[in-house]
Design a protein around this ligand. Structure first.
Ligand SMILES: Nc1nc2c(c(=O)[nH]1)N[C@H]1C(S)=C(S)[C@@H](COP(=O)(O)O)O[C@H]1N2
Ligand SMILES: [Mo]
Length: 327
């Protein structure tokens, strides 16, 4: 088994991670260099605000979701932050890499193949997929395993709509999600940091839960490439890496699929990866989180709630399970 170190990369520990403020200052400085000396006098936040222009993407309307738990009251994170501080290793491992390099991703034309243990396998063209169900606005918390979180206003619908449409057979126990892996579009594939294509998975009952979502948009616009255009998974009660971006294949299978993060570091990233403040990552605590946009000098860390706050909705899925064993 190759370790992350063998791959020439080790996921940063929480303490090694670039503090948000430092990151913003750096980005502010980069912008200042690009934009001329006048900007250098401004605080990082001001330089940042100049780049914040929601309204660049094509509009994608949704109606307020009625799914229980789908509309958190937490204040949404700024569009500029959601679209510039990303994890999308196909474009590099730096938080700023996806926004910088994902311009080469071609989100259209796009198809999603559905195969395996289903009565109605087939390939969905993106437009057909988008018409499977009415688009809904949902506001979800997103908790990255690295210890930061955001609040994202997604546009999309329940993954269950697709699952029902393809009619899983009695042998379907798990669902695997595979991301595009095209070296011509994704410079990060040259690195062996993960096994490509990026692979993720859910148990069938998790995939059927109404909160599990196929997202096509954010802030009322189609997804920017760096956020996983044109279609991604969003599973709000699990660590962010379960929410695979730019999906091209969905496979219904009888055995638990191997995920890219499990293959890279099985002792650190389990199949379930439910957000759980009581089960620490081997190299850092998961008890608290830093909310992006709130991390000024005196900002307090927030306590991380069980199942990222979605316990009332999803707790039953794990009744009787040892969550330390099935981390
Ligand atoms: N294909 C793919 N999907 C991915 C990732 C990735 O590297 N590749 N990173 C994951 C991680 S670690 C997180 S936290 C979220 C981040 O989503 P965001 O950039 O839209 O906030 O995407 C997830 N989906
Ligand atoms: Mo993450």
């Amino acid at each position: 088994m190759r370790t992350l170190k063998d791959r020439g990369f080790i996921h940063p520990t929480a303490s090694e991670m670039t503090p948000r403020q430092v990151y913003e200052d750096r980005r502010g400085l980069l912008k200042a260099f690009a934009g001329g000396a006048a900007l250098a006098a401004l605080p990082a936040g001001a330089a940042l605000a100049q780049g914040a222009k929601p309204g660049k993407g094509a509009p994608l309307a949704g109606t307020k979701s009625s799914v229980p738990g789908a509309l958190t009251m937490d204040k949404p994170t700024a569009y500029a932050d959601i679209t510039s501080y990303n994890n999308f290793y196909e474009f590099g491992t730096d938080k700023s890499d996806p926004a910088r390099y994902a311009g080469t991703l071609k989100p259209r034309p796009w198809t999603v193949a559905v195969e395996g243990e289903v009565k109605k396998p087939g390939t969905f063209d993106l437009d057909a997929l988008m018409k499977l169900a009415p688009m809904e606005d949902r506001i979800y918390r997103l908790r990255c395993v690295e210890g930061w979180s955001m609040v994202v206003p997604w546009v999309g619908f329940s993954l269950a709509e697709l699952v029902k449409r393809v009619e899983p057979t009695g042998n379907a126990k798990y669902v695997q999600f595979l991301t595009l892996a095209d070296r011509a579009q994704m410079p990060g594939l040259r690195s062996g940091v993960l096994d490509w294509p990026y692979s993720e998975g859910l148990r069938l009952d998790e995939a059927m839960h109404p909160l599990a979502m196929l997202a096509f948009g954010v802030y009322g616009e189609v997804l920017p490439n760096q956020n996983g255009a044109p279609v991604r998974l969003v599973v709000p009660w699990k660590y962010g890496f379960k929410s695979a971006k730019s999906i091209v294949k969905i496979r219904f299978v009888d055995k638990q699929p191997k995920t890219s993060w499990e293959l890279a570091a099985p002792q650190e990233y389990g199949f379930y990866s439910n957000v759980n403040p009581q089960v620490d990552h081997p190299r850092w605590s998961q008890a608290t989180e830093r909310r992006i946009g709130e991390d000024g000098l005196f900002a307090k860390k927030r306590p991380t709630p069980m199942f990222n706050g979605y316990e009332p909705q999803v707790g039953q899925l794990y009744a009787g399970m040892d969550l330390r064993k099935f981390f």
